[in-house]
Design a protein around this ligand. Structure first.
Ligand code: ZN
Ligand code: ZN
Length: 156
């Protein structure tokens, strides 16, 4: 039998922060663990149209950092292109995340994981912006070079 004291040192050395999230109704629950690969705000027309919001606050994670812990069978998928598989809860319609297979990353919407200390680092697809945010962060015309974009920054 292990006591709490026996397990404590190992728990500290292997500690990875985990944050919980869910859809609007709670039928689908998920967690993200560790640190995201990137965080920012996307101004593209696709994000705007699908989310019905002026910008999409994204957090990009390696696939193994994202776990659906409840209600996986409630998740619907729509893909207009093979670059973005958009996921939502079939019960409430609440949006959850988007899989980007070509990057091997998953965008878990910041609003889906309210306890995660989200901090935007960059604006992407700013040439499509409808809501201009003058926050001093870099504004990429499309995407950073390492994400397959031009890497060109434009004015706020
Ligand atoms: Zn739901
Ligand atoms: Zn977008």
């Amino acid at each position: 039998m292990q006591t709490a004291q026996d397990t404590l040192p190992q728990d500290i050395t292997t500690q990875t922060k985990t944050y919980s999230g869910s859809c609007f109704c709670g039928a689908v629950q998920l967690t993200v663990s560790g640190e995201p690969a990137a965080m920012g705000l996307c101004h593209c027309e696709s994000c705007r149209s699908w989310s019905a919001a002026p910008v999409n606050a994204f957090t990009l994670w390696q696939p193994d950092a994202v776990k659906v812990t409840h209600g996986a069978e409630q998740i619907g998928t729509y893909h207009k292109t093979n670059r973005s598989y958009r996921k939502w809860c079939k019960s409430c319609g609440g949006h959850l995340f988007t899989e980007h297979p070509h990057w091997n990353l998953i965008d878990v919407y910041a609003a889906t994981i309210p306890d995660f200390p989200y901090q935007a680092g960059v604006h992407v697809n700013y040439q499509e912006a409808r809501l201009h945010l003058r926050d001093g962060l870099p504004k990429m015309k499309d995407l950073p070079k390492e994400m397959g974009g031009s890497g060109v920054a434009i004015a706020e």
